[in-house]
Design a protein. Structure first.
Length: 119
């Protein structure tokens, strides 16, 4: 069983910065992808950024150049540095961990952390 615990959300003014952290614990397969998704009220959950254990990143177009995802594999922790925040970045941010063993895909989600950007 894998557990994800997020931290770092909060209220910030437009143009400000926040750093989210997500620590994974439990039975974690070394080859995996960790990432962040977000869900605004009344909208679907969307990709923000992902980072594989091998170092490959993927960003949503809306955050490219402003957000940076990183990870510490030794600590099973993923980070999301968010700069130049905009009101439209307001959402609940969810951490995600997914892996594949013998072609069986699995994933785990965190409980979510609120990010609110005021104009």
């Amino acid at each position: 069983q894998v557990q994800l615990v997020e931290s770092g959300g909060g209220l910030v003014q437009a143009g400000g910065s926040l750093r989210l952290s997500c620590a994974a614990s439990g039975s974690i397969f070394a080859i995996n992808t960790m990432g962040w998704y977000r869900q605004a009220p009344g909208k679907q959950r969307d990709l923000v950024a992902t980072l594989t254990s091998g170092g490959t990143t993927n960003y949503a177009d809306s955050v490219k150049g402003r957000f940076t995802i990183s990870r510490d594999n030794a600590k099973n922790t993923v980070y999301l540095q968010m700069n130049s925040l905009k009101p439209e970045d307001t959402a609940v941010y969810y951490c995600n961990l997914r892996w594949e063993i013998l072609k069986v895909r699995s994933e785990s989600w965190g409980q979510g952390t609120q990010v609110t950007v005021s104009s």
